[in-house]
Each structure stands twice: as structure tokens, then as C-alpha cells.
Ligand binder design. Structure first.
Ligand code: SAM
Length: 312
């Protein structure tokens, strides 16, 4: 049973332009919704599903165990997608026809309180996708210098009240270690107040986003992963990336733009002297967003932006 509703599923499949016999990589296979749709869209495919979370990877292995429909092959890899060159190398694959990234967390991360991602369910301050990693949100909240903590909340949460929140956390942690999502929420609410009628998001949303991004080095993985993905696409191969907030989307947009026009010559020069030529072609104008119907059915889709590029 698929318990995470895949966002922009139809749009991803259309834009991946699946060809029979092709090699496709789902870099963030999660609960398998997009992966299943890729498999249903072609024959004799070789599909790699990657997830950094060992629980999701195990779930996917069981879900696709013995998969043999349409003579396609599925391989599940528990890893960070930034290691795409090594993952493809392991299967002796030099390049692929399509790569999908559906960024962020899956439903189990917020539904399972013990993973510590949710401000609405009390649990340990964890927030790791890779549960073998040492650094947890509890370490960041309690052990990092207050100025650095403020920077993290500002930079990765785009939270206007970052200083007040960081100093409130600092005051609290001198008294006692902050160990749970509930305890952290209490500190944030003591600064910003609780969610009130008419507010679209919880006041803890941005601080939680910041901690999650920092704990999992999400933006570094994205930069490295995108760079590798673009290099590993075959000519006419497609890259599809779904982002959910402006920090992710800015990185995706910038890297695609760079591929569309990598020239670094000063503006106004009669001809290009740097010799850098485009290596990507644009497929959709700007991005594809969810329909009203999808947003109604799945509110998480509200902020999704699908950007697509094709390798030249
Ligand atoms: C939005 S969910 C993907 C859902 C999936 N498309 C589906 O249909 O079920 C994102 C997934 O990416 C995984 N993830 C996050 N960062 C990752 C990374 N750097 N490398 C690999 N997987 C990552 C998370 O564990 C999560 O399961």
C-alpha cells in the first residue's frame, strides 16, 4: 500500500518522457509512488530508486521485491543521491535517460512522532533521514553556539524572528536540555505565540524547517546531486525536480539557468569569448505547479514547483 501521495505524479511522468529500454533514477524514492508510476510508463526499463532513509529503503525493497512487470528491473539503494556517480558506477551504468528528485520529507517522517520531524506530534528532537548519522536536531538545539543557531534559523528557515528564537532557546537550555519537539515548540511559542485562528502555518514551521535542512545538509546534497545528475544524463535525457520551498527552488532554478546559458562574458560583448556553450534545453516555461484539484486532495502539493530540463 502506498501511504504517501506522490505530488505532480502525472506531470513528472509526462516530462520524464519515458522510453522503453531506458535507464531512470528516482533519487528520492520515498514510499515508491513516483517509482511505481515510472515503471508503469514503459517496458524493459532499468530503474534505480534511492533513499537516504534506511526505513524507506527497506520498505521500497519489500514493495518491489521480485518486480518483473514489463520485463523491467528495479534496484533500491539506501544512500544520499549526491553519490549518484558511485551508485550508477556500481551497476556499470555510464549515463541515464531520466532523473527525478522529489525533495524533502515523506509522509512517514511527519506521521511517525518518533522521527522528530513534526511540531504537531511530541517526540524526540531527531529529524535525521539517515538514522545512522550522528548529528540530530537535539545536538543542534542544545550544543551549537547561539549566534550560529540564529544563523541557521535565519538562513534555512527564513524566519524573521530568528534572533529572538535563538536567544530564547539559549535561555531555556541553560536551565535544562531541550530533548523533545514539544519542548522546542514551547520555547518558540513563548516568543511568537501559539497558532491562532486565521494563521495559515504554525509559528514553529520555519524553525523546524531550518533544523531539518541543517541536520540533513539538504542544500549541500541538492547542489552536489543536481550537478552530478546533469552530468550523468544522456543527450535528450530529462531532469525533473520538485521543490517545496524557495531555498530549494532557488538552487534548482540557478543550476538549470546556468545550463541554458553558461556564458560568463560581460554583457554587451559582440561575440562570446568564454567558449561556454549551453548544455541544457528548457522543456517547460518556468515551472509546473499543482492543479487546484490536486491541492484540494493533497494540501502538501500547495507549494510544489516542478522544474524540467533536457540535456543537449
Ligand atoms: C518527498 S519524499 C519522496 C516521495 C516519493 N516521491 C514518493 O512518491 O513516495 C522525499 C524522500 O527523499 C528522501 N531524501 C531526502 N534527502 C535525500 C538525499 N539527500 N538523498 C536521498 N534521499 C533523500 C527522504 O528520506 C524522503 O523519503
Amino acid at each position: 500500500m502506498i501511504d504517501h501521495i506522490p505530488v505532480l505524479k502525472k506531470e513528472c511522468i509526462e516530462n520524464l518522457n519515458i522510453k522503453n529500454g531506458g535507464v531512470y533514477v528516482d533519487c528520492t524514492a520515498g514510499r515508491g509512488g513516483h517509482l511505481q508510476a515510472i515503471l508503469e510508463a514503459g517496458k524493459e526499463l532499468f530503474v534505480i530508486g534511492i533513499d537516504k532513509d534506511p526505513f524507506n529503503a527497506k520498505y521500497l525493497e519489500e514493495l518491489f521485491d521480485g518486480y518483473s512487470n514489463n520485463r523491467s528491473t528495479v534496484k533500491i539503494v539506501n544512500s544520499d543521491y549526491k553519490s549518484l556517480p558511485d551508485i550508477l558506477g556500481f551497476y556499470d551504468i555510464k549515463s541515464c535517460d531520466g532523473i527525478l528528485m522529489d525533495l524533502g520529507f515523506s509522509s512517514i517522517h511527519v506521521d511517525d512522532a518518533s522521527r522528530g520531524f513534526s511540531f504537531s506530534k511530541n517526540g524526540p528532537l531527531d529529524m535525521r533521514y539517515d538514522t545512522k548519522q550522528d548529528l540530530t536536531a537535539e545536538d543542534v538545539v542544545n550544543d551549537i553556539d547561539v549566534k550560529e543557531l540564529a544563523r541557521i534559523i535565519n538562513e534555512y528557515g527564513e524566519e524573521r524572528n530568528y534572533k529572538r528564537i535563538a536567544y530564547a532557546i539559549d535561555k531555556k537550555r541553560i536551565e535544562t536540555r531541550i530533548r523533545t519537539t514539544g519542548e522546542l515548540c514551547d520555547v518558540i511559542y513563548s516568543v511568537l505565540g501559539q497558532k491562532r485562528y486565521g494563521m495559515e502555518t504554525d509559528p514553529a514551521t520555519k524553525t523546524f524547517q531550518a533544523l531539518r535542512i541543517y541536520v540533513n545538509s539538504e542544500l549541500d546534497s541538492l547542489k552536489e546531486g543536481l550537478d552530478n545528475a546533469i552530468k550523468l544524463l544522456k543527450p535528450n535525457g530529462r531532469l525533473c525536480v520538485i521543490s517545496f520551498h524557495s531555498l530549494e527552488d532557488r538552487i534548482v532554478k540557478k543550476l538549470i539557468k546556468q545550463g541554458l546559458n553558461p556564458c560568463v562574458c560581460p554583457k554587451g560583448l559582440a561575440q562570446c569569448l568564454c567558449g561556454r556553450t549551453p548544455y541544457l534545453r528548457s522543456v517547460v516555461k518556468n515551472f509546473v505547479g499543482p492543479s487546484e484539484e490536486e491541492t484540494k486532495l493533497n494540501p502538501r502539493a500547495r507549494s510544489a514547483k516542478l522544474r524540467v530540463a533536457e540535456k543537449l
